[in-house]
Design a protein around this ligand. Sequence first.
Ligand code: BG6
Ligand code: MG
Length: 218
Amino acid sequence: MKKEVGFIFDLDGVIVDTAKYHYLAWENLANSLGFNFTKKQNEQLKGVSRVESLDILLKYGNVKLSEEKKQSLLLEKNKEYLEYVHKMTPKEILPGVNQLLTFLETNNIKFALGSASKNAPLILEKVGLYERFTAIVDGNDVSKAKPNPEVFLIGAKKLGMNPENCIVFEDAIAGIKAANAAKMISIGIGDKKVLSEAAYVFRDMTEITPDFLKNLIN
Ligand code: BG6
Ligand code: MG
């Protein structure tokens, strides 16, 4: 088996389901501003940076605020989100993830994290996966959010791989676009119709078989 490939994983929605915690915190914030925020609307926030998420939320509520007020709301939202994160345990690792990481380790294939979240290192520590990643690229390392490929290109560099030899796992449309823009192989985790731009799509990580991985690597 060839080993000159690198894997890059998105965090939220691929490794753990933190979208539900983001939703609770954003919903609370919307309610405090006097409007409702639905789960369907929350879909539009997946893969999107914290600052952009607030702008999208405020548009839904038709609310305009000063920069200063927005900054204080971002701090408040993150504080509430972190209350959920602090309670996370390895039980929250999504099904199939551990098996996939073990397969990569057994085959000496390096993997990195490529996430928009500034809380990514903390979340990986809470679920006990931090040490297993060769490199971690998070929301603190990038200046251009997905669909810009920056996060994945930095990940490839940190793995010492050419972008064309990297394989990206993503649950968000913006993330698939970013992987494709980086000329990497994009694997969508979720709905085929939503992630139609991905090279491959699986419902969840348990559907990824060793045979599929072996074909991909060779
Ligand atoms: C992405 C999530 O991974 O990280 C988004 O899909 C989130 O929903 C973004 O807004 C930023 O996360 P954080 O933890 O920095 O607020
Ligand atoms: Mg995601």
